[in-house]
Design a protein. Structure first.
Length: 341
């Protein structure tokens, strides 16, 4: 039986382990900190990712654990006046990180061996195939491909507030201006509906309490929704990360090593598609291996290299736009020249 070692027990690794045929493959899932506490920030699940999840019978559990978002509103400054662009009708499902991980984890067959280990030497790993699902700072990619992700110089601050947002519960809102971004929306928590929020700016990584103190001062002149959200924020329910972007690999496969998810295409979060691309990668790889055996690796590489890299590049462009001085002018043009406070 072919042996597959999956490094990383996050979204990509769990999805792959749930997709692989346990009667064909001997699978080991290696995770550094299984069961670790995670802040319940939100993942956006787009229709193309739900279509892939449907093929492994997980779309319905994801929908059951989340909620539909049917509108998005972006407000940006243009010549010192707020410009708002609204889009209706495109449904995205939102689900808290622990809820998505629970769905994926519950679908992993009992035959998958679970190993707790901090991988420092990818070449020493057992397995006919070794899948790098170990994130943006992938040890496997660094050692097998010889490169590291690029630091964008932008920090992502994400948090959860226990109180619901003072806005429609099927809506996301973003505010752009002064080289900063702030977004907020609903978040289904165990106790009921809370608030998901996030901010980005050109700033270094720091402790959550320090980041929150900075944000409350930096966004003090922003709309009331932003100020109220930050006032309710709790450093214990926050994560602060530098945004990393991977370089474009020539191939997703090198010898017995395979890239999926953020290890393949770490991207800016501005399109909300990182988790989607990770799950689609994992399902495509698992299906190709189930159908074609080891030859499926090449099929996977051909099918998923360009889509993942296109999304990575588009997310970088969206980040640059949102944090640029011309953000308001672009939103004004997209909104058809109308504006409102």
């Amino acid at each position: 039986m072919l042996t597959i070692t999956v490094v990383g027990g996050g979204v990509a690794g769990l999805t792959l382990a749930a997709t692989l045929d346990p009667t064909t493959y001997d699978v080991t899932l290696v995770e550094r900190q299984p069961g670790r506490r995670t802040v319940p920030t939100v993942f956006g699940i787009w229709p193309f990712a739900l279509d892939a999840l449907e093929r492994i019978k997980l779309a319905e559990p994801v929908r059951d654990g989340g909620y539909a978002l049917t509108s998005a509103v972006i407000t940006a400054d243009s010549a010192r006046r707020p410009v708002t662009m609204s889009r209706q009708g495109a449904t995205m499902w939102a689900i808290a990180r622990p809820a998505l991980l629970a769905v994926l984890d519950g679908a992993v067959p009992d035959t998958v061996a679970r190993v707790q280990s901090h991988v420092t030497d990818a070449t020493a790993l057992d397995g006919d195939l070794v899948v790098a699902a170990d994130g943006a700072r992938s040890v496997v990619r660094r050692q097998a491909w010889g490169d590291e992700p690029r630091d964008t110089g932008i920090v992502a601050i994400r948090g959860v507030a226990l109180t619901p947002p003072s806005m429609p519960l099927d809506q996301m809102r973003e505010f752009w201006g002064d080289g900063m971004l702030f977004g907020t929306g609903p978040n289904r928590l165990p106790h009921g509906m809370g608030t998901n929020w996030y901010a980005s700016a050109r700033r270094g990584e720091e402790a959550p309490a320090d980041a929150l103190a900075w944000a409350r001062e930096a966004y003090a002149g922003w709309p009331a929704l932003v100020r109220e959200t930050l006032a309710a924020a709790d450093p214990e329910q926050m994560v602060v990360n530098t945004i990393l972007e991977s370089r474009r690999p020539r191939s997703l496969v090198r010898g017995r090593f395979i890239l999926v998810g953020d290890a393949a295409h770490a991207m800016s979060p501005n399109l909300g598609r990182g988790a989607c691309e990770a799950m689609v990668d994992a399902i495509a790889l698992g299906e190709a291996l189930n159908e074609d055996g080891p030859d499926g690796v090449r099929r996977y590489a051909r099918s998923r290299l360009r889509p993942g890299q296109r999304t990575r590049a588009a997310a970088a462009a969206a980040r640059r736009l949102a944090l640029s001085p011309r953000a308001g002018r672009v939103v004004l043009r997209l909104a058809g020249g109308s504006s409102r406070a």
